[in-house]
Design a protein around this ligand. Sequence first.
Ligand code: PHE
Length: 351
Amino acid sequence: MSAVDAVREIEEQARAGLAAASDERALEAWRSAVLGRSGSLTGVLRSLGELAPEERRALGAAANRLKGELEAALEARRDELKQTALRASVTAGALDVTLPGRPLHRGRYHPLTLTLREILATFERMGFATIEGPEIEHDAYNFEALRIPADHPARDMWDTFWLDSGGEWEGAGGLLLRTHTSPMQARYMETHEPPIRIAVPGRCYRYEATDATHEWMLQQVELLVVDEGVSMADLKGTLQEFARAMFGPERRVMMRNSYFPFVEPGVEIAVDCFACAGTNPSCPVCRGSGWLEIMGAGMVHPEILERMGYETERYTGFAAGMGVERIAMLRYGVDDIRNFYQNDLRFLRQF
Ligand code: PHE
């Protein structure tokens, strides 16, 4: 083989080898095999001295030109590989910004929590302080202090869960789960002097069958106002203002005569039925009456004020007790109270 042929063959092999090299290690191996100290092209350049001057000049020029070309080709190939690697990594980590987002499941408040907060915020704006009391209560506060003695027929208004206190609280008539938040009226008046303006939220328990508007556990908010010159007009104005704030001006509010042993006179307050507006005689919400009762209220019985040591010539007061579930039903158009405590996510996610 002539020296010129040998150089041509080196060139062919070198170019093929370079095209096949696909990473930095292969490039380095190629460089050393072709351009390194014992590389194929280096070998040719070294042997030039053995040639005749004529031949040496021609071959030397060709081999040197090839060396320069291959060095440049090596750099070009190196750049090309870098670009390919960069493109691959960009494509692999790519985001398709046109895909729809994954929905986040946000936690949310229970409709009764939302309603209770709204009720308390409304009364706080009117100057009521929020106070809490015990769920386990003495007969003495739940009934006796409210003028409901042991054999009074009014006890039938609140079917009671009695607790077995092992005889320890028999003197106070025994322990029970409070049937309403009214015991806090007595507890608060016992330890405070007028002026009083409180709202008392809390769970109450009643030993009764459940239906669309009754649960055995319910939440109430009690109101108590005692001050000089408090009248029925204050009761009415406060509760009407409350109903307007909670249900909007278009809802009709009715106040009618009622009886509770701890108030005189006593009233109950109802809101017109959102479900049937009084048109359905078998409406599960209002039972055809057109009205949903949301609270009992009245002027605090003077005998109770007297027992608390207040001057009844000077002080009068009003009280009210409202059902949070009933109010939530009206606000959200829920037609069965039992939905609130079944923890069905399909129901709860609507709020
Ligand atoms: N405690 C009564 C009930 O639960 C409601 C009420 C409270 C009535 C205050 C009058 C005054 O039925």
